[in-house]
Write a protein of this length. Structure first.
Length: 131
């Protein structure tokens, strides 16, 4: 059995893509990456990051890269495929950060509350009709 992992870096050789017709090379590269990751992780579901997708399609549909290094992050039942330079935070961490930020926004210091009360209000002048 393979060891359990949370994050893994893989170099994928995409030379087999160039055996395909020129109009289907970038699409074939995506399929090869998914097959290789499936073999490594034994998971059926994948999420490919936008940056990785942009690098696959950066040279257009006809000439994809010869090889690519990807980082695979296992997230329960989903494998997330991304470039090594990208950072990934699970949703639980994002939720915790947003809750603490909301609490800080809601709490006002007594000085801020007084400043809001003391601030002069702009009086609106009624518009007159032109005859």
């Amino acid at each position: 059995m393979a060891k359990e992992f949370k994050e893994k870096t893989i170099t994928i050789n995409l030379s087999r893509v160039f055996e395909k017709p020129t109009t289907k090379r970038s699409i074939a590269a995506k399929h090869i990456i998914c097959k290789k990751v499936e073999k490594e992780t034994r998971l059926k579901e994948f999420k490919i990051s936008n940056e990785l997708n942009e690098t696959l399609w950066s040279r257009g549909r006809y000439s994809s890269p010869r090889k690519i290094i990807v980082k695979v992050v296992k997230d329960k039942t989903i494998a997330r495929i991304m470039l090594p330079s990208e950072k990934y935070e699970p949703k639980e961490a994002k939720k915790a950060q947003s809750k603490t930020a909301e609490k800080k926004d809601k709490e006002e210091t007594p000085k801020e509350a007084e400043e809001k009360k003391d601030a002069p209000k702009k009086e609106e002048t009624p518009k007159t009709k032109k005859e």
